[in-house]
Design a protein around this ligand. Structure first.
Ligand code: EPZ
Length: 418
């Protein structure tokens, strides 16, 4: 199994381009099943989660081809509505294959999804949403069976603004005669990107980015050439990395409007930030102040996907910080590993109390999941001495060779066979 071997004590300086968003590409790949022609995705970053979704589309009979970072998907020849657990158990995004399958084939048989082990991650909102569209659903033997021969437009009220459930219901309803409405929809930028993708194929979706989304049914969706949005979580990860190590970094191919919550916190802690078109420049020349309270919330609140990285930053700031994780019940797994590196953290239920220390020291640690793995890379770059990170396959799910980007900025990270 591969590991990272990191020499600490480096600062980050230079420019790096942010790749396209994993959490935009994944629902768009699911939505490609709705197209009766060819979907061409430009700058399609080959995160391992993306590779798994391509395998799922191939299992359904679609023809997928990468030419450098351009992915073409011909799903006009797709003829299956059954997805085994071979790949579904690897990714959360397999759950939002339900919507496109019931829209296209009027039936689906999909094994339960996988994804980061950060909580129970129920799928009740997905199920209830599809049932509101008159889809008959049965769950047995680890599979979800959908009978959608009488699928119809309807009104869905989400008890929680779930990203995946919002995306599933949008895709399930694109061919339903009439108008489907989703209330209390999630407002993430990736949902707006899905709306723009579907509309570029001839769909009629509006309201994404707000809590009410309307989908007017159309007969079919035609071929499209599409470029997904930049990854706001990679942007945030790299900004936090510079805040931790110090230095001056310019990120390109970003959209600072997708990172307003983080930018506000980084300014509060003493970082200098310049926001120019698709560029964000961060400069940190001194020890930062702790942020008294950080609370994760649905977008546009502070993103849960940056919580582990932010927790890492707080371990070496001056003062005390409290982080409250409102979305996932076990998303503090980084705590044990950072403690091995000398961090002073107390965890109680969904709250972390962090007392800043002068510095962290290198240790042998293990990535528990995708985003806490990224947090450990950040910790290793600022720690005194050397850090080994095991199970780095978690990190490759959502970062394209993270070590190359950080090494271009002055870090010293080696990927070694363990
Ligand atoms: C998406 O997951 C992202 N994944 C996650 O990113 C992200 O953390 C999450 O949204 C929140 O922003 C992808 O887009 C592939 P949710 P998703 O449904 O859709 C509860 C990463 O690191 N819930 O918005 O699974 C759930 O338990 C990953 O890139 C239900 O109760 O998230 C959680 O508390 C990790 N019932 C909350 O909603 C349901 O049916 C948010 O979940 C569904 C969700």
């Amino acid at each position: 199994m591969e590991k990272f071997y990191i020499k600490g004590g480096t600062t980050l300086n230079g420019e790096v381009k942010v790749s396209t968003a994993k959490n935009a590409i994944l629902p768009i790949l699911a939505g490609a099943i709705l197209c009766d022609g060819v979907v061409t995705l430009n700058n399609c970053s080959k995160y391992s989660d993306v590779n798994y979704m391509v395998k799922i589309l191939t299992e359904l009979g679609a023809v997928c081809k990468f030419q450098d970072d351009v992915l073409t998907i011909n799903s006009s020849v797709a003829d299956k509505f059954y997805i085994s657990d071979e790949y579904t158990k690897k990714v959360r995004s397999s759950i939002f294959m339900l919507g496109p399958l019931v829209a296209r084939f009027k039936q689906a048989k999909v094994a339960y999804p996988g994804g980061c082990n950060i909580g129970t991650r129920p799928i009740d909102l997905h199920i209830k949403g599809l049932q509101s569209l008159n889809v008959k659903i049965e769950e047995k033997h680890g599979y979800i069976y959908c009978d959608a021969k009488n699928i119809s437009s309807g009104e869905v009220h989400l008890d929680f603004p779930s990203v995946g459930a919002t995306e599933n219901i949008i895709m399930a309803s694109v061919f339903c005669k009439g108008v489907t409405k989703i209330y209390n929809a999630a407002k993430e930028p990736e949902i707006e990107d899905l709306q723009n993708f579907i509309n570029a194929m001839g769909g009629k979706v509006k309201g994404a980015g707000t809590s009410t989304i309307e989908i007017e049914g159309v007969k079919k969706l035609h071929s499209v050439n599409y470029t997904p949005i930049p990854d706001r979580i990679i942007t945030g990860t790299y900004l936090i990395a510079c805040a931790v190590t110090g230095g001056k970094v310019c990120l390109t191919n970003t959209n600072h409007l997708h990172n307003t919550a983080l930018i506000s916190k980084l300014k509060q802690s003493g970082c200098k930030l310049q926001l120019k078109n698709d560029k964000i420049i961060i400069e940190v020349g001194h020890k930062l102040k702790s942020i008294p309270k950080i609370e994760t919330l649905p977008y546009p609140g502070f993103p849960t996907d940056l919580q582990s990285q932010m927790l890492t930053l707080q371990t070496i700031c001056k003062g005390t910080s409290v982080i409250i994780e409102n979305l996932f019940e076990t998303r503090f797994k980084i705590y044990t590993e950072l403690t091995k590196m000398g961090a002073n953290i107390i965890i109680k239920d969904r709250m972390a109390l962090i007392n800043g220390v002068k510095s962290l020291y290198g240790a042998n640690v293990t990535a528990p999941d995708l985003r806490s793995g990224a947090g450990l890379v950040i910790a290793g770059m600022c720690a005194e001495g050397y850090t080994t990170i095991n199970d780095i396959y978690h990190i490759d799910r959502g970062y394209l060779n993270i070590e190359n980007d950080f090494n271009c900025l002055g870090a010293d990270i080696k990927r070694i066979e363990g």
